[in-house]
Design a protein. Structure first.
Length: 341
């Protein structure tokens, strides 16, 4: 006998009850959470910021190597990352899931364990959502709501000529983590007796399976008195995000190859796969770091932050978007980020 409970046994209301029992509310602005026709939120004298993301099985994740708990966490983190990119603080989320009959109550429980963990970590309240059946597989859609003081939201359109271009953390790891997971999946399909070879790859595999939104840097910047002129989160690859900022701000950019923040595991793995580390960093995607610009006058404030790298400068639009090496040669950048269609 299996110890797993089919979803049909508890039904939709039973499932909502199970989910609701585990939810804790933390935000003062949450007046009413799950359990009514709609949630009630009362923001203070601030502006609301809303972002939504959908993750589809087989398109955005592969359950053969992505644990449900990690997936639940990631679904929240990628939405919080969008709120962070607006220089805002996340306060509430709603989660919609569609499941096929192969999922059990225990599987849903595991997914919500990850969601709950992310809610605790980012101090957000889960205030609603919907569960429905799906004929294809698992679909998760999260909407995140945040608040920001009036005039403090940072858009993609504010970068000025001579601004410094900065990025948090390191790049390319999530893409190479995915390459490792795909390789191990193929090895497993060829020989189910195989043990996955993930030793020494824990950091980059974690970057793929359980990314973190960089709210820590947002809080640090507020404390340091830094307000970026433009900001975006790195979900589709650094080059692609830089193109968004430059296009919307009407500027050009030069990024210095040697200033790009690397991780040792990422570099070693790129060589293993015969991939150019710079290409992985510029076009890999899913790092969920923050790419932002600050005025030159903030140089002293950002230069010593351990999580911030100054990677280039904003130029006149006529100069285009370039990658420069230490010999002063520049090459026009290509944005080959993730294409959805």
């Amino acid at each position: 006998m299996s110890n797993f409970t089919p979803l049909s046994e508890v039904g939709e209301f039973g499932l909502i009850k199970l989910i609701n029992e585990k939810i804790e509310l933390r935000q003062k602005s949450t007046i009413k959470g799950i359990g009514d026709d709609a949630a009630v939120i009362e923001p203070s004298e601030k502006q609301l910021v809303v972002s939504s993301d959908m993750l589809l099985e087989g398109v955005h994740f592969d359950l053969s190597f992505c644990p449900l708990k990690h997936l639940g966490y990631k679904a929240v983190a990628v939405n919080v990352s969008d709120i962070a990119a607006m220089n805002a603080t996340p306060t509430q989320i709603t989660v919609n899931i569609a499941l096929s009959a192969r999922f059990t109550v225990e599987a849903v429980d595991e997914l919500y364990e990850g969601i709950k963990l992310a809610c605790e970590n980012y101090k957000v309240d889960l205030v609603g959502g919907d569960t429905t059946s799906s004929r294809s597989g698992l679909v998760i859609s999260v909407t995140a709501i945040g608040e920001v003081a009036k005039g403090e939201a940072v858009l993609r359109s504010g970068a000025q000529v001579n601004d410094l271009i900065c990025v948090t953390g390191d790049l390319g790891g999530a893409y190479l983590g995915l390459q490792i997971l795909e390789r191990e999946k193929q090895a497993y399909l060829a020989n189910p007796e195989m043990q996955p070879e993930l030793e020494g790859k824990d950091y980059i595999v974690g970057r793929q399976l359980r990314p973190e939104a960089r709210m820590d840097v947002i809080h640090d910047m507020k404390e340091l008195g830094i307000k970026p002129t433009a900001m975006i989160d790195v979900s589709d690859g650094l080059a692609s995000e830089l193109f968004h900022i430059c296009k919307q701000s009407g500027v050009g950019a030069t990024v210095y190859k040697d200033n790009l923040p690397t991780d040792q595991q990422m570099l070693e793995t790129a060589l293993e796969f015969n991939l150019d580390p710079i290409t992985c960093m510029m076009n890999g995607g899913e790092d969920y770091e923050l790419l932002f610009t600050v005025p030159l006058s903030d140089h002293e404030k950002v230069k010593n932050h351990p999580e911030i790298s100054i990677i280039g400068k904003i130029t006149e639009a006529s100069e285009g978007i370039n990658l420069a090496n230490k010999h002063g040669q520049s090459f026009p950048l290509q944005a080959q980020g993730w294409a959805h269609f």
